[in-house]
Design a protein around this ligand. Structure first.
Ligand code: HEM
Length: 406
């Protein structure tokens, strides 16, 4: 589906739009051909380096001379209006560098082990089944985003963190605004402020009366180990986990469903053998790479990557979507091939910041796809693909709604 296009240059301002929902911007292929590190333009008129090939993306993401501090003036920003503002409650994991990052990640990594996630499996299955019951009992067509894709990961992360699900309209709408690249700085800052206020109060309530959930356990652990609670760091952690925990997986559920319905031969593979769904999930993650700019960095020293000198202070886009379509790493990379064995993709990033919630996301996606196509085998789209509202304006690619029938 990729169209032939001219190579991107600094005149091509990132983020470039996906040519169709199933393919990266056509310029990515030309950029890869031109070399592993290319100069590109940014919305504020500045420039950055784009890393285009899988090997160099991985190399960059494991090199400690690149910083994740989104508030560093050299950090490449892709929003149309303004720059990220430092948060009232300090940095969260995703913005930290060593040694602060490693210490903060170790505090919470135990909450996301494969073992912990396995223990959540029955509850996730129950949540998915209840939502599919409601779809089947409701009118046709149904909107799969509001009926399944968004509530499932939202409920799961709420229960894990100890956030009341009754507040889902509030946090889902604020998350959607703050990820939107087109809104004004004022609107974005207001959404951030409102989320912070909400989580500030929630964490304070848990400090007064610790509950048995991730936030409550962090409070007890900090008291035991340090004698007191770092309130601000917990608000920042809750913010990151609540946002990353629902928006990402929700979009992968809706996009994955469209891709499977549009490729019936591929869908048959998992219908015939659910043992293949986990591999299918990896391929869908690679195929869409919904958070491709989460792997951006700024150089804190001069570094050479792929034969190119990147100078201290320069911004770098680790183009994970381009890396995931790199023909030298994935044969016939533009094809959706659920059986290819795509585990070396970088859709969850790579290196020290690699997605903390990846085991949870994998499990949610596996359960959703298995259950959805087993319980509604006649599921089909209720609108042509080219009329679906894809999120071309969001930092996380996805769908605003997805009409389906059966
Ligand atoms: C980090 C993608 C689901 C929590 C990341 C990064 C990517 C990513 C690309 C790397 C950022 C970087 O290099 O700076 C995704 C995708 C998901 C997903 C594609 C779903 C399909 C989740 C879920 C959670 C989560 C469900 C939480 C429960 C996090 C956190 C980080 C992170 C906390 C920061 C880790 C760190 O900086 O040490 N994610 N994510 N993500 N993700 Fe996810």
């Amino acid at each position: 589906m990729t169209e032939v296009a001219e190579p991107a240059t600094v005149d091509d301002v990132f983020p470039l739009e996906r040519s169709c929902p199933f393919a990266p911007p056509p310029a990515y292929e030309k950029l890869r051909e031109a070399g592993p590190v290319q100069r590109v333009g940014l919305p504020d008129g500045s420039e950055a380096w784009a890393i285009t090939r899988l090997e160099e993306v991985r190399q960059m993401l494991t090199d400690p001379r690149f910083s994740s501090d989104r508030f560093n003036p050299g950090f490449p920003t892709l929003v149309k209006n303004g720059r990220p503002q430092r948060r009232r409650f300090g940095a969260s994991l995703i913005n930290m560098d060593p040694p602060e990052h490693g210490a903060a990640r170790r505090e919470v990594v135990g909450e996301f082990t494969v073992k912990r996630m396995k223990a959540l499996q029955p509850r996730i299955q129950q949540i998915v089944d209840e939502h599919i019951d409601a779809i089947l009992a409701g009118p046709k067509p149904a909107d799969l985003v509001s009926a399944l894709a968004l509530p499932v990961p939202s409920l799961v992360i709420c229960e894990q963190l100890g956030v009341p699900y009754a507040d889902h309209d509030f946090f889902q709408s604020r998350s959607s605004i703050l990820l939107n690249r087109e809104v004004t700085q004022e609107v974005r800052v207001q959404a951030v402020e409102e989320m912070q206020d909400f989580l500030d109060k929630l964490v304070a309530a848990k400090e007064a009366d610790p509950t048995d959930d991730l936030l409550g356990r962090q409070i007890l652990k900090q008291r035991e180990e340090h004698g007191d609670v770092d309130h601000d760091s917990l608000v920042s952690l809750a913010f990151l986990l609540l946002l990353a925990g629902h928006e990402t997986t929700a979009n992968m559920i809706s996009l994955g469903t469209v891709a499977l319905l549009e490729n019936p031969d591929q869908l048959e593979i998992i219908k015939n053998d659910p043992g293949k769904t986990l591999d299918a999930v990896e391929e869908l993650l690679r195929y869409f790479t919904i958070a491709e700019f989460a792997t951006s960095r700024v150089a804190t020293q001069d570094v050479e990557i792929g034969g190119q000198l990147i100078r201290e202070g320069e911004g770098v886009l680790g183009l994970s979507y381009s890396g995931n379509r790199d023909e030298t790493a994935f044969e016939d990379a533009d094809k959706l091939d659920l059986e290819r064995g795509a585990r070396h993709h970088v859709a969850f990033g790579f290196g020290p910041h690699q997605c903390l919630g990846q085991n949870l996301a994998r499990m949610e996606l596996q359960i959703v796809f298995d259950t959805l196509f087993r319980r509604i085998p006649e599921l089909k789209l209720a609108a042509p693909v080219d009329q679906l509202p894809f999120k071309h304006d969001s930092a996380i690619f996805g769908l605003y709604c997805l009409p389906v029938t059966w």
